[in-house]
Write a protein that binds this ligand. Structure first.
Ligand SMILES: Nc1ncnc2c1ncn2[C@@H]1O[C@H](COP(=O)(O)OP(=O)(O)OP(=O)(O)O)[C@@H](O)[C@H]1O
Ligand SMILES: [Mg+2]
Length: 441
């Protein structure tokens, strides 16, 4: 490029120093005009023709060089733009790849399974050697128990390669449903991969006992966080909104992105698990069914008291709106810090829906029924909005309930950007609605 420019400058210099310059006659000084006339009358007419030729050649060279220079610049620009756009596309692909990796939470674990004894595969799910599970849970030691469910306990286990997991032990001899739920969970979870849905890492079987191996969720279940010894003190208003948003994202994936759609059928706070950073994942797919499938007719009426939609109890009608109802109950638990069903007397129970409904729609009463742990820590407008969403979700008539995608979109603006929403919390607001210090509770 520099060389080309130098060449051009040199040529221009040569042209300007020709006896007959490119300057027009009108621009010539009288002195020059005289010299020109002298040239005309001079006998060196050939010399003049020769210099004209030189001028033409010089002009041709200059224009060609200029054209070459312009073309070069043009090509350089096209190449530069293409190179950059391809670089940014590559970056996009990588980003979506990273997202996919986040979704396919199994990947980093499965790679570790190469050194862990995988005896076989059940569909896509690795079957882990029972001996490893026994050893990893210290022979199902009590201190390894993370929680207890209807069919058995969930244990913390350290497998080979120091991979720490959660192992659910299902006693199939106790109930025919345990094995059915095991099969259903393996079948569904092996096909579902999403950041807000628990990852099934493997399974195992020993005599009448089946095992499901999951990724370990360090902060346990939402139920334990809300109704356990800490009584929700680790969960600020914004974290609660994030948990609701994550759960809605998991459900949206089941209802709208799975083909055919999946109805969870057992959404409840004990089936919403929290990882080290309190990101929520929906778990327990033992009761989940494929929407629109024939087997819906023959399914048993199941679910958990307090979360089951009225139309399901009354008519056995099961749709994605049944999950929306259960989601509404979880939202009420997050708002009010109450259990879905409270025992008033030995034979008297009260559901959170019946109790809260009249107060949820009354703006003067609402702030007084909020969980005391988060009382006065949120923007009131946001509180009214979340209460309105919850009221809609628990409507007795399923068609009045919103779709989970509508719920999701109404929650996004209430969750801070750093927690996965779009809310920008100013320094002022942060000071106003300071996070709760568990030590002061
Ligand atoms: N992957 C996991 N990581 C950490 N803790 C877990 C994990 N899975 C389950 N738990 C804990 O074990 C408890 C029992 O789980 P499980 O799914 O067996 O029963 P449940 O959901 O409480 O009740 P149900 O039997 O009615 O579904 C959970 O509430 C949770 O506290
Ligand atoms: Mg569970």
């Amino acid at each position: 490029m520099m060389l080309l420019l130098l060449l051009l400058l040199l040529l221009l210099f040569l042209i300007l120093h020709q006896p007959t310059s490119v300057l027009s006659s009108s621009q010539l000084s009288p002195f020059t005009q005289i010299s020109t006339s002298m040239y005309v009358s001079s006998p060196g007419h050939e010399e003049k023709t020769h210099s004209h030729k030189n001028l033409v050649i010089a002009l041709v060279v200059v224009t060609t060089s200029l054209a070459a220079l312009i073309l070069f610049c043009l090509f350089f620009r096209i190449y530069y733009t293409k190179y950059y756009s391809s670089k940014s596309t590559k970056k996009n692909v990588q980003t979506s790849g990273q997202d996919a990796e986040r979704g396919v939470a199994l990947a980093p674990f499965l790679s570790k399974f190469s050194s862990i004894k995988v005896v076989d595969k059940k569909g896509c799910v690795p079957i882990i050697d029972y001996k490893q599970i026994e050893k990893g849970t210290n022979n199902f030691k009590e201190s390894n128990i993370l929680g207890e469910g209807g069919f058995g306990c969930v244990y913390k286990a350290r497998l080979d390669d120091n991979l720490v997991v959660a192992v659910k032990k299902l006693h199939c001899e106790k109930s025919q449903y345990a094995e059915k739920e095991f099969e259903n969970e393996v079948d569904l979870l092996s096909k579902i991969q999403h950041p807000n849905i628990i990852s099934l890492l493997g399974c195992s079987s020993h005599e009448d006992t089946k095992f499901l191996v999951y990724e370990l969720m360090q902060n346990g279940s939402l139920e334990t966080q809300l109704h356990g010894p800490s009584r929700g003190s680790a969960l600020t208003w914004h974290m609660r909104m994030k948990i609701a948003l994550d759960t809605a994202r998991g459900l949206k994936y089941l209802h709208e992105h799975c083909c055919p759609p999946v109805i969870h059928r057992d959404l409840k706070s004990s089936n919403i698990l929290l990882d080290a950073s309190f990101s929520a994942k929906v778990s327990d797919f033992g009761l989940a069914i494929i929407d629109g499938s024939q087997n819906k007719i023959n399914i048993n009426l199941s679910g958990t008291l307090g979360y089951v939609a009225p139309e399901y109890i009354l008519d056995g009608k099961l749709t994605d709106k049944s999950d929306v109802y259960a989601f509404g109950v979880v939202l009420l638990e997050l708002l009010l810090g109450r259990k879905p069903v409270e025992k008033l007397a030995p034979l008297q129970c009260q559901s959170i829906v019946t109790w809260a409904m009249p107060q949820l729609t009354d703006r003067s009463k609402l702030p007084n029924i909020v969980d005391p742990v988060i009382k006065d820590t949120m923007d009131l407008k946001h509180l009214y909005q979340v209460a309105a969403v919850a009221v809609l979700c628990v409507q007795p008539e399923p068609s009045y309930r919103p779709l989970i995608t509508d719920v999701l979109h109404s929650l996004i603006p209430l969750v801070p950007v750093e927690l996965g929403g779009t809310l920008r919390v100013s320094q002022m607001t942060q000071q106003l609605f300071f996070p709760i210090d568990p030590c002061t509770q």
